[in-house]
Design a protein around this ligand. Structure first.
Ligand SMILES: *Cc1c(COP(=O)(O)O)cnc(C)c1O
Length: 361
């Protein structure tokens, strides 16, 4: 099926802005007349340094990153940060973790190797169908940081408030970065795997308060030391050059759309229409509780495995791709990241309506 007939609801890697892909295609063989591709260029060349600086500056501008914070462009995916964060920030002490889904659970488990983990919340008993309220958070007095995951990609829940903690906030924004306005100075560290909203897989963005550098445990690998990466401008070794270039192209698109505010309006419109339908549906049910719902990943189901499978299959035949839920959650999941056009959500809604009218539970 040709691209123009599809909408890709993949949870990650995910849809990228078409304009970014077209520019990448046009510049693929010969970047700005330099006689080579960005893929073939030295990361130490002035030309690549410009690509790097340009991407970082655009991200700083779009997210309003204050002077106190540095943007790092790293490798290893979001999951490598599960270890890097405690190695750099726990200082042999403890940290508070809110477990609201798969990835925060993994992060807490990893952190246990490097310090004491205090579970501030855990929503696993109800299948991670909600986000805890502020007053439910069990905060300890001596935590070095409070860790949470802003948007739970698998379960389709999202924090609708920024928690107040006794220590600095560390946040995994892999699946909702650039989709809503965030006050970066509220956070000690924000990080995100790029493959959901920003670039191809292979790039991790870390935005951190520079004053946190230099606290790493003595055995922290050089490659995981934030201090090393800040001092070397993310180029202690070869960075993921192509992904950084693609990040720049995606950020140009975000800017042209009207920035993060426009992304936020778009996500509200996209997810809003699907949730409204789900709330009135006799066939489908949203997984997440109202007030905890993700605007990026809408998880839903019929309650009947075979019917769910039929829905996913029928959707694919119509060009609505990758709607099957994650294997640990089941059901369906529509991941609608920044680059998903409103028409994609409308096409999904039309199909859901049609499916409901022809099927009964
Ligand atoms: C996808 C995802 C991860 C894992 O990302 P990798 O880059 O594959 O390690 C972590 N956290 C969240 C919220 C995610 O959506």
């Amino acid at each position: 099926m040709a691209r123009e007939h599809t909408y890709n609801f993949s949870a990650g890697p995910s849809v990228l802005p078409e304009s970014a892909l077209i520019r990448a295609r046009d510049e693929l063989l010969d970047y700005k007349g330099c006689g080579m591709s960005v893929m073939e260029m030295s990361h130490r060349s002035p030309m690549f340094q410009d690509i790097f600086d340009d991407a970082v500056n655009k991200l700083k501008e779009l997210m309003n990153v204050p002077e106190s914070h540095e943007v790092l462009l790293l490798q290893g995916g979001a999951s490598t940060q599960f270890a890097a964060i405690p190695m750099n920030l726990i200082e042999g002490g403890s940290a508070d973790y809110a477990i609201t889904g798969n990835f925060s659970g993994k992060a807490a488990k990893e952190a246990e190797k490097y310090g004491r983990v205090h579970i501030a919340a855990d929503t696993s008993s109800t299948g991670h169908d909600r986000i805890p309220e502020q007053q439910e958070l069990m905060l300890s007095d001596d935590a070095k940081y409070f860790y949470y995951c802003a948007n739970n990609t698998i379960y389709g829940t999202e924090w609708q408030y920024v928690p107040k903690a006794n220590s600095m906030l560390v946040c995994d924004m892999s699946s909702d970065i650039l989709s809503r306005e965030v006050n970066v100075s509220d956070f000690g560290l924000i990080y995100a795997g790029a493959q959901k909203n920003m670039a191809p897989a292979g790039l991790t963005v870390v935005i951190m308060d520079k004053s946190l550098a230099g606290r790493e445990l003595s055995y922290t690998p050089t490659m995981l030391s934030y201090k090393t990466m800040i001092e070397s401008g993310s180029m202690y070794n070869t960075p993921p050059c192509w992904c950084i270039y693609m990040l720049g192209l995606t950020l140009d698109w975000v800017k042209a759309q009207g920035g993060v505010k426009a992304m936020e309006e778009l996500r509200n419109a996209r997810a809003g229409m699907i949730y409204e339908f789900l709330d009135n549906s006799r066939l489908f049910k949203a997984h997440a509780k109202a007030g905890s719902r993700s605007f990026m990943n809408v998880a839903f189901r019929t309650g009947d495995k075979d019917l769910d499978a039929e829905f996913v299959k029928g959707a694919a035949a119509k060009g609505l791709l990758n709607l099957k839920g994650h294997k640990i959650a089941g059901g369906m999941r529509a991941s609608m990241y920044n680059a998903m056009p409103i028409e994609g959500a409308k096409a999904l809604l039309d199909y859901m309506k049609e499916f409901e009218s022809t099927h009964h539970v």
